[in-house]
Design a protein. Structure first.
Length: 196
C-alpha cells in the first residue's frame, strides 16, 4: 500500500517525531511506500480564507480551489491509506491539522449532495491515527476524552467522508521527564506501521 502521512508537530526533536520514525520503519518493514505531509515544515495555512469560506457555504463545487489544497487532494489520490501523527493538545489535534481538515475536506471532494444523498470522492481503504498524550490512556478513557477523540477524529473526520476502516492508538503517559512509557509507545507505533 501507499500511505500518505499527515504529521503535525512544530518541533523536530519531539516525541511525535520519534513516533513518525517508528511508524515509517514499520511501514518499510511491511513493504509499504509512504509520503509525508509535514504540515509545519510545509508552512500549511490552517485558516480558511474568505473565498474558501464562501465557496463552502454556497456549496459551489465548480469554484476554484487554492493550489495547496489541490496538491493535498492529489497526494490523497495517490494513497491507499492515510495516517495522522500528532500530539494531543487540549483534547484534540493541533490547530494546524484541524485547519488541514477545514481546508482540504472541501465541498465537491470530501462531501457533496446529489438527489438528496450525501456522497464523497475520497476512496481510502484505511486510516490510522497515532496520537501522543501526556495523560495516560486510562485517564483519557476515564474522563471521556478518549471517546470524544474517537468520535470526532475517526467518526466525523474520517469515516464520515468515506474512509472505510479506521483505528486510533493513543500513546499516553508521555509526561515530560518521565520516559517510562516511551519504548512501549514507540513499539506500538512501529507495529501500527507493520500491520497497516
Amino acid at each position: 500500500m501507499h500511505v500518505y502521512i499527515l504529521f503535525a508537530h512544530p518541533s523536530r526533536k519531539s516525541f511525535s517525531r520519534e513516533v513518525l520514525e517508528a511508524f515509517t520503519e514499520g511501514l518499510s518493514e511491511a513493504g509499504h511506500t509512504y509520503e509525508i505531509g509535514d504540515l509545519y515544515r510545509m508552512n500549511f495555512r490552517p485558516e480558511l480564507s474568505q473565498e474558501e469560506y464562501l465557496r463552502e457555504i454556497s456549496q459551489d463545487a465548480g469554484s476554484p480551489l487554492p493550489g495547496d489544497v489541490m496538491e493535498e487532494h492529489e497526494k490523497i489520490g495517490r494513497a491507499d491509506a492515510l495516517a495522522f501523527i500528532y500530539p494531543l493538545w487540549w483534547s484534540d489535534c493541533p490547530a494546524k491539522l484541524k485547519g488541514w481538515f477545514d481546508r482540504v475536506w472541501t465541498y465537491g471532494y470530501a462531501y457533496f449532495y446529489e438527489d438528496g444523498e450525501r456522497g464523497t470522492r475520497i476512496d481510502i481503504e484505511k486510516a490510522v491515527v497515532l496520537c501522543s498524550a501526556g495523560h495516560t490512556e486510562e485517564h483519557l478513557e476515564g474522563t471521556g476524552i478518549a471517546e470524544s477523540m474517537r468520535s470526532v477524529m475517526l467518526g466525523d473526520r474520517l469515516l464520515g467522508v468515506g474512509v472505510k476502516s479506521v483505528t486510533m492508538e493513543i500513546l499516553g503517559g508521555m509526561v515530560p521527564g518521565d520516559d517510562s512509557c516511551r519504548d512501549i509507545n514507540l513499539m506500538r507505533a512501529r507495529r501500527a506501521g507493520r500491520n497497516l
